[in-house]
Design a protein around this ligand. Structure first.
Ligand code: MG
Ligand code: ZN
Length: 513
């Protein structure tokens, strides 16, 4: 049997089953670690966690949603145990069998390299002796559903390649299908394991909560807008989900508005009257059809029926509103990212020239391959170019200012003129506002060029370059070198972008002239 090394990552909002779940996954063959990503918005108390044999790590994500929590979890595991081959994600409300570890390892041990993930069968118990309520039917939809991260293990390498979960999905909706789809599109397969994990039947405690749950669920329509933006009109069939009701909700809402508007004049004419009557009929018909479908599928008790009537009236406009909100957000994000940068700021050491620690000798300046050509291409396109460079060697007394000036002059003689030079000579413990990851040099460069930071793109080779750019409101691309830390690459995948070299970074983010 091949050795299977794995970490377990559990995002949690502090649900009561967490302690038992952690105990259950602390089994044999043991995980290298168990990471609990505490995603409670206000974590006022410690999580109730048992003693474990495997190392237990808690990371705090402050309510950024399951996608961000799972990313923080697997990246924390990866930073400490980079030799792990698999990351097993579990939701904090599932119940796993007592020998889950053995079953997981059985599922993973013989998978060929092209299989990037293994998913469990999710079983949701059906209520006995009655039809499930609307809220229960949504959980029952998980039964045998594919690509559910309630219990799914991913290869670490596949997560690094995709950058993990897309944190623009703020709730437990679509984020798992999105990651699976990107993994498949990267040429991997996803396998079914044999392990079975139980997901409890979500039931609302009372009538009012059930009603509120039905309505708040509509926020997911905003995530559908992001899916459509990412994958086009066919996104539903790509992730194997059934057609939605968005079209019908839109007609229902439009009919309601038409009916109200047509009735508005004091003395409505014949046309308005006919229009109002027709629109009312369309609205009533669609609403009745929607409500009837939901009532007939359910237990048909009085509270459930009244809840279905009320929510069937409210859901169409809510769904349309959330979808609209999602579409607007996607569009404004797209506009922001399609503003073509008017300046590209470069880190110096490790990005434009080979990194020689505390370089004081101009003869040792050696540009990285393609740097000159990339810079010239930008200059031809009329895009300003600049340098933002930490040079703490000056404060440390390892480089004198003359040497620094001669090295920078040599950089210009080899790579051509720069429109702005920003250099921080301070030591890290001086806590200046210019040393990256502080934003000072990026804002100063933008100001000198007469631009806003959002019109600048920064290219660097380490995490503090990316962080400085984002802190200033600029965009960033990480071009890693051999010395770049793996977790900084992961982080850049999520918050910025990563490119293999300068030429590709510029082609992707500026385009050709
Ligand atoms: Mg550097
Ligand atoms: Zn400084």
């Amino acid at each position: 049997m091949t050795e299977v090394s794995y970490a377990v990552v559990i995002p949690t909002i502090g649900r009561p089953g967490l302690a038992n779940l952690v105990k259950a996954v602390d089994g044999d063959p043991a995980p290298s670690c168990i990471v609990v990503a505490d995603d409670r918005r206000a974590a006022t108390s410690e999580l109730d966690l048992p003693q474990t044999a495997a190392p237990l790590l808690v990371v705090h994500t402050g309510g950024r949603g399951p996608a961000a929590a799972r990313n923080a979890g697997w990246q924390a595991a990866d930073a400490e145990w980079p030799e792990d081959k698999w990351i097993a994600f579990l939701d904090d409300d599932v119940v796993v069998p007592v020998d889950w570890c053995r079953r997981l390892v059985n599922d993973l041990k013989d998978l060929p390299d092209n299989v990037a993930a293994s998913q469990a069968w999710i079983s949701v118990p059906v209520p006995e002796g009655r039809r499930p309520t609307d809220v229960e039917r949504r959980t029952l939809g998980l039964n045998g559903a594919s690509w559910i991260t309630a219990d799914m293990a991913y290869r670490r390498t596949a997560l690094v390649e995709t950058g993990g979960f897309d944190e623009r999905f703020p709730r437990a909706f679509r984020e798992d299908a999105d990651l699976a789809l990107r993994t498949v599109r990267n040429g991997y397969a996803i396998a079914w394991g044999e392990r079975v994990t139980t997901h409890p039947l979500a039931s609302s405690t009372n009538w009012r909560n059930g009603l509120i749950d039905s309505l708040t669920d509509q926020a997911g329509n905003a995530d559908n807008a992001l899916m459509r933006a990412k994958y086009g009109r066919r996104w539903r069939s790509l992730i194997g989900t059934t057609p939605g009701r968005t079209g019908r909700h839109l007609i229902t809402s439009a009919a309601a508005i038409t009916a109200v508007v047509a009735c508005a004049p004091k003395h409505p004419g014949r046309i308005s009257t006919v229009l109002a009557a027709t629109a009312s009929l369309v609205w009533a018909g669609l609403t009745a059809e929607f409500a009837a479908g939901r009532i007939l599928a359910g237990p048909r008790t009085l509270p459930e029926i009244s809840s279905m009537v009320v929510t069937s009236l409210l859901i169409p406009p809510l769904a349309v509103g959330h979808r609209l909100r999602g579409e607007l957000r996607v569009r404004s994000a797209h506009r922001a990212s399609s503003v073509k940068p008017r300046a590209v700021l470069f880190d110096r050491d490790g990005t434009l020239i080979k990194d020689v620690p505390y370089l004081a000798d101009p003869r040792r300046v050696q540009p990285v391959p393609g740097a000159r050509r990339t810079l010239n291409q930008l200059r031809r396109q009329g895009i300003a170019v600049g340098v933002v460079s930490n040079q703490s060697g000056v404060a440390r007394g390892l480089i004198n200012p003359d040497e620094l000036a001669r090295v920078n002059a040599r950089v210009e003689s080899l790579l051509g003129p720069f429109d702005t030079w920003q250099v921080c000579p301070h030591a890290p413990d001086a806590h200046c506002t210019c040393r990256k990851p502080e934003p000072g040099m990026v804002t100063a460069a933008a100001r000198e060029l007469g631009l806003t930071p959002s019109e600048c793109l920064l290219i660097g080779d380490i995490g503090s370059d990316v962080d400085a750019a984002l802190a200033a409101g600029a965009r960033a691309v990480l071009v890693p070198t051999r010395d770049t830390k793996v977790d900084e690459i992961h982080h850049a995948h999520v918050v910025a972008a990563v490119a293999p070299n300068l030429r590709t970074a510029v082609r992707r983010h500026i385009g050709r002239s």
